[in-house]
Write a protein that binds this ligand. Structure first.
Ligand SMILES: NC(=O)c1ccc[n+]([C@@H]2O[C@H](COP(=O)([O-])OP(=O)(O)OC[C@H]3O[C@@H](n4cnc5c(N)ncnc54)[C@H](O)[C@@H]3O)[C@@H](O)[C@H]2O)c1
Length: 455
C-alpha cells in the first residue's frame, strides 16, 4: 500500500521504517528543512536502536523517501498518518495547532478519491471530529477524506521491536472502509504476531491512549510514594516492587521507583488528560496527584544532595545521565533538566555525562551546558554523583577508580542502578531511592548494621 507519514520525529520515523519493512511504500513528510535534508542523505537525526538501519534499508529498496512537500505526500498516500507533536500548552492542555495545520494541508492537496487520514499523534478525545471538520471545510469537491485513530504505544529505546511486535493494535474508525483499510495495512504484522486487532469508535481509541499513559504514570507515582515510606521506615522498595510485580493482577512493568517519569509523553499526556477531564465536567483528582508526586520526586533528589553536601555553593556535582530513559537521546521533560536547574540555582557547578545526548541537544535545553566525553571526566573532582538515567554503562563503572577521582565519594542514585553492597565495599556514601542509605564505617552518620539485599 502507499502510505504517507506526516511528521518525521520519533513516531513518524519508526512508523515509516516499520511500514516499509512490512512491504508498503512510504513517503515521509516533514516541514523542518534540516531534518528532511539529513534524512534524504540517509542520516537519521535521532538516536533509537536499529532505526538508522531500518530507514536506510527502506530507502535503498525504494520503499521510503522523504520530502518537505506536503502535496507530494498527500498525493502519494492512500493512508496518511498524522505524526506531528502535540506538546503541552502552559495551561497543561494539548496544543493541537500542528495537527490542525496538517489537516488543512491534507485537505488542500487531496486529489479526488478516497484517502484515510489517521491520527497517530496522541490527542485528546474528540480530536478526530475536529480533524474531520477541518478536512470537510477545506477539501476540494471529489476528495473523499475519511478519518481514523490509531494510537501508538511504542516506547523510545525499544521502539522498533514495540512497533513490529505489538501487544495489540487499536484502531478507532467510523466506516467499514476505514476498518478494512487499516486491517489490510497491518495484515502482515497481524499474521506474524497474532496480536489482537482492537476496533472501536474514534473517541474510544483516543481515550484508550490517554488512559494507558495515565495508568502507567500512576503506577510510577504509586511506587515513588511507596519509596517515600520506605525511606522513612528502612524498608526496601526494590524488594516490594519485585514482590508486587510477581502478582499477575498488578504486572511488573512501571513499578520502578526513582527520579520520576519524564519524556515527551507521560508528563504532557497526564496533564492534558486531567485538563480534558475538567473541561468535560469531571475533576480527575487522582491524576493531579500523580503529577504532583512526580514533581516532588524530582525535588527529593535535589534535597538528598543538599542533605549530604550541606551548602551547595562551590560544590561540583556529576550528573550521570541526561536522557529521560536509557537507549534514547531524548531529553524532553527529563528529570535531569529540573535537577540540574535546581542545583545550579543553589550555586553548585555541574558536570554532566550521557552516552547519547549531544552538546547541541543539551545546550538547547540548558544554555552553555557541555556534556563531558566520558563518565570519569564528569566524576573527576566532583563532591557528589547523581544518577538520573539507568544506562547499562553506569552499572559497570570502575567503582574503585571513581572513588579515587571524586572529591567526596558520595552517590545519590536516582535510578537504583547500583548494588548497595558493592557501594559499601567500594567505600561510598550511597543514597538510593526507597532503600536504606549506605555509609562507610566511621562516618558521622548512623550506619545500618546490615547492608540489605542485593540490587
Ligand atoms: N515519542 C514517543 O515515544 C511517543 C509514543 C507514543 C505517541 N507519541 C505521540 O506521537 C506524537 C509525535 O511525537 P514525537 O515524539 O514523534 O514528536 P517529535 O517532536 O519527535 O516529531 C514531530 C515532527 O513533526 C514535524 N512537524 C510539525 N509540524 C509539521 C507540519 N506541519 N508538517 C510536517 N511536519 C511537521 C516536526 O518537524 C517533527 O519532526 C505526539 O503526539 C506524541 O505524544 C509519542
Amino acid at each position: 500500500m502507499n502510505i504517507t507519514v506526516i511528521g518525521c520525529g520519533h513516531i513518524g520515523l519508526v512508523a515509516a521504517g516499520a511500514f516499509a519493512q512490512l512491504g508498503h511504500f512510504v513517503v515521509g513528510v516533514d516541514d523542518d528543512p534540516d531534518r528532511v535534508a539529513s534524512l534524504q542523505a540517509g542520516r537519521v537525526p535521532i538516536y533509537e536502536p536499529g532505526l538508522d538501519h531500518l530507514i536506510r534499508k527502506g530507502m535503498a529498496s525504494g520503499r521510503i523517501r522523504f520530502t518537505r512537500e506536503a502535496s507530494e505526500g498527500v498525493t502519494h498516500g492512500e493512508v496518511i498518518f498524522i505524526c506531528v507533536g502535540t506538546p503541552a500548552r502552559a495551561t497543561g492542555e494539548a496544543n493541537l495547532v500542528f495537527v490542525e495545520r496538517v489537516a488543512e494541508l491534507i485537505a488542500r492537496y487531496a486529489p479526488a478519491g478516497y484517502r484515510l487520514v489517521v491520527e497517530k499523534s496522541t490527542v485528546p478525545v474528540q480530536t478526530g471530529e475536529r480533524i474531520a471538520l477541518t478536512l470537510a471545510r477545506n477539501a476540494a469537491p471529489g476528495a473523499e477524506l475519511d478519518v481514523a485513530s490509531n494510537p501508538e504505544f511504542l516506547r523510545e529505546g525499544t521502539a522498533i521491536e514495540d512497533f513490529l511486535k505489538p501487544e495489540r493494535i487499536v484502531v478507532g474508525v467510523s466506516t467499514l472502509r476505514a476498518r478494512e483499510t487499516l486491517r489490510k495495512l497491518y495484515e502482515p504484522l497481524l499474521a506474524d504476531t497474532g496480536c489482537p486487532f482492537i476496533v472501536t469508535d474514534i473517541r474510544t481509541a483516543e481515550l484508550i491512549k490517554h488512559a494507558c499513559n495515565a495508568f502507567l504514570a500512576t503506577k510510577i507515582s504509586f511506587m515513588n510514594s511507596i519509596a517515600q515510606i520506605c525511606e522513612r521506615t528502612g524498608a526496601d522498595v526494590e524488594a516490594i516492587a519485585f514482590a508486587m510485580g510477581a502478582d499477575s493482577r498488578i504486572g511488573a512493568g512501571y513499578l520502578r521507583a526513582g527520579a520520576g517519569y519524564g519524556g515527551a509523553c507521560l508528563p504532557k499526556d497526564v496533564d492534558a488528560f486531567a485538563r480534558l477531564a475538567r473541561e468535560v465536567g469531571f475533576e480527575f483528582n487522582l491524576l493531579e496527584e500523580v503529577a504532583r508526586v512526580n514533581a516532588a520526586q524530582r525535588a527529593s533528589i535535589v534535597e538528598k544532595v543538599r542533605a549530604e553536601l550541606w551548602n551547595l555553593e562551590g560544590k561540583q556535582i556529576a550528573i550521570l545521565g541526561l536522557a529521560f530513559k536509557p537507549e534514547t537521546d531524548d531529553i524532553r521533560n527529563a528529570p535531569s533538566l529540573e535537577v540540574i536547574r535546581a542545583l545550579v540555582a543553589a550555586g553548585a557547578r555541574v558536570r554532566v555525562y550521557d552516552p547519547t545526548v549531544t552538546s547541541d541537544a543539551a545546550s538547547g535545553e540548558l544554555p552553555g551546558l557541555r556534556p563531558c566525553l566520558d563518565v570519569y571526566e564528569a566524576l573527576s573532582g566532583s563532591h557528589c554523583a547523581v544518577v538520573l538515567t539507568e544506562w547499562e554503562e553506569f552499572r559497570s563503572l570502575d567503582l574503585t577508580y571513581a572513588r579515587e577521582i571524586m572529591a567526596y565519594p558520595i552517590v545519590v542514585d536516582g535510578r537504583n542502578v547500583f548494588s548497595p553492597k558493592d557501594m559499601f565495599r567500594a567505600g561510598f556514601t550511597y543514597i538510593p531511592v526507597g532503600r536504606p542509605a549506605v555509609r562507610p564505617v566511621g562516618t558521622a552518620f548512623e550506619n545500618p548494621a546490615e547492608v540489605g539485599a542485593d540490587a
